[in-house]
Ligand binder design. Sequence first.
Ligand SMILES: C[S@@+](CC[C@H](N)C(=O)[O-])C[C@H]1O[C@@H](n2cnc3c(N)ncnc32)[C@H](O)[C@@H]1O
Length: 393
Amino acid sequence: MTQHSDSRQADRPTGRQADRPTGRQADRPTGRQADRPTVSSAGNRTLSKAKKDKNDEFYTQLVDIENELRHYRDQLRGKTIFCNCDDPFESNFFRYFALNFNTLGLKKLIATCHVKSSIAGAQLPLFDMEGLKPEGKLPYAIEINAVPDHDGDGATDLADVEYLLRHDANSSRPLEGDADYSGGDFRSRECVALLEEADIVVTNPPFSLFREYVAQLVDYGKQFLIIGNQNAITYKGVFTFIKNNKMWLGIDNGGTKWFRVPNDYDIQTESRKKIKDGVKYFSMGSVVWFTNMDNPKRHDSIPLFKKYSSAEYPAYDNYDAIDVARVADIPIDYDGVMGVPITFLDKYNPEHFELVGSNRDVGQDPSGVYGRGSMLHGKETFKRLFIRRKTGA
Ligand SMILES: C[S@@+](CC[C@H](N)C(=O)[O-])C[C@H]1O[C@@H](n2cnc3c(N)ncnc32)[C@H](O)[C@@H]1O
C-alpha cells in the first residue's frame, strides 16, 4: 500500500458511500454511526437487506487469490481448508484449492454454498455444469479428500476435479439449514460442524456480515485468510481482535482489485467499473486480506528517518498523543502515543509497536480514552490508529 493512499484514500473523514458494498457509514468523522441500523420500518429493512445481499455478490479473481496464498504454502500442507462462502461452481477459491490440492499437499477441501446467488450457473461457469451441479434451490457442500489424476495427463486440472465430482457420489451433498439459519449459512449448525473440522478458512465473506463472520472464526480458534474492506479495521468487534494481536493484515493489500459482479450490479462511479469480454467487474481500492497466519511482512521494519518536533507533530486537543499524517513520517525518537492513518496496519510489526486504540467507537476502548473522534485545532481528523513504540524497538 502506498503512502499516497495514507492521506487521500483510506481514511477520509467523509468517504464517499456510493459504491460501498455494504453501504455502511463507517468512515464518518464521529464513527458513532457505524453500527447503527439506518432503517426505520420493516419494509425499508427488507429492501435494505435485499440491497445488502445483492451488494455481497462480488467474486474474487484467481490472480488475487494466488498473489496472497503463495506466501502461506508451508502452512497449508496437510491441512483441511474450508471455503464457507463459496459456491464451488462459481468460486475461484474452490478452484484454486482444487487445482492445487496435490501441489499444496492438502488433507481435505470443503466448500459450502449459501442460497443460490443471482449469478449462479449464469456468469461464472468454472465447470461445464450440465448434470454436474446439484439441481434445485438447495444449497450444498462439497468435500474433497483427494484429486486423482484421472485423465493421466500428469497434472491435476479442472477435468480431474470435474471427473471427481461426477463420479464420487460422496463429494457433494445438500445442506438443509436449521431453525435459525438457512442451508449453507456460515452460522448454520451444519456449517459450524464443518468449521470445527477445518484447520484453515479461506474466502471472501459477505461484507455485510463481516463482524459476525470474524467473531465466529476467532471463537472457534480457526486460522483464516479472508478478504475484507480496509474500513473494517476500526469496526467495533473487529478492531479489538487486531489490537489484541488475534488478527492482522495479509500481504497483498495494495493496488486496485477487480471483482466480478452480476450484470445488474449497480456501480455509480465510472472509474470503478469495467466490462471485459462481456463480463462486468467492480474495483474496490481499499480491499485487504485479514489473517491470523504468520507472514514475512509482519516481521518487517518500516524505514523511518524523521525526528520529532512539536511544530511538525501537533498534539490532539482531546488526547495525550501527537498526530502523524503519514505512516512514513512516524518520528524515530518519540516514545509517547501517536495517531497514525489506518494504513499503518499494512506495515505493523508487533515487535516494534503496540496498538493502543483507534479514534472510532468508544465501546472498544476499555480505558475510555480513545474511541472518540480525535480533534486537532478544533477540527476532527481522519481515521486514526493510536500506536506507541515498544521499549528498545
Ligand atoms: C463477497 S461474495 C464472495 C464470493 C466468493 N467467496 C468469492 O470470493 O468469489 C460473498 C458470498 O457470500 C455469500 N453469503 C452471503 N451471506 C452468507 C451467509 N450468511 N453464509 C454463507 N454465505 C453467505 C454470498 O451469496 C456471496 O456469494
